[in-house]
Design a protein around this ligand. Structure first.
Ligand SMILES: [Cu+2]
Length: 183
């Protein structure tokens, strides 16, 4: 019973969009290389990247590097003016914005040989944070009318917003779990 409540709580947290950021190792066990003939386009297509996720490039820095580049440079394997270059052999990149992120190895010939990666960070389905009440909702009464002088304003207890309802449900479930563990 307690386990069921914990699971439903966990589901609730996921539904509220508070899930953990993921770390993806580029090329999985092969890493960032030319010798394994990894299809990085295929690799990226099997993943769903979100803001806050991290991609990790693991490689031998004697033979490879990581250049972050524009789409035009990516298409032509142009290494002349990268946005940034990483050379440690263990480079992690945290994805902080939506859309495509282009990378390749700047060692001559490696990009042409397929050591190039195009990541697409998708837009979240719903990005409404808990702290922001919905703009249009039947459950949150509008209090935009300014009362005339002498007329009392709307009671503060009247303004029950959606976040406070969610918080009340969560705290109820938490107290249920604690009651179960205590018994
Ligand atoms: Cu390389």
């Amino acid at each position: 019973m307690a386990a069921k409540i914990v699971v439903s709580l966990a589901c609730m947290v996921v539904l509220l969009g508070l899930s953990e950021a993921a770390v993806y190792k580029v090329g999985d066990s092969a890493g960032w290389t030319t010798i394994a003939n990894v299809d990085y386009k295929l690799w990226a297509s099997t993943k769903t990247f979100h803001i806050g996720d991290t991609v990790l490039f693991e490689y031998n820095p004697q033979f490879h590097n990581v250049m972050r580049v524009t789409h035009a440079m990516y298409r032509s394997c142009n290494t002349s003016n990268p946005i940034s270059t990483s050379t440690t052999g263990n480079d992690s990149v945290t994805l902080t914005n939506h859309g495509h992120h282009f990378f390749f190895c700047g060692v001559p010939g490696h990009c042409m040989a397929g050591q190039k990666l195009d990541l697409n960070v998708i837009h979240p389905v719903s990005s409404t944070p808990l702290s922001d009440p919905p703009i249009s909702s039947s459950s949150s009464p509008s209090t935009t009318t300014i009362p005339a002088a002498g007329v009392p304003g709307p009671s503060p207890s009247h303004a029950a917003s959606l976040p406070s309802v969610v918080a009340a449900v969560v705290s109820l479930l938490v107290s249920l779990v604690f009651a179960k563990f205590a018994s």
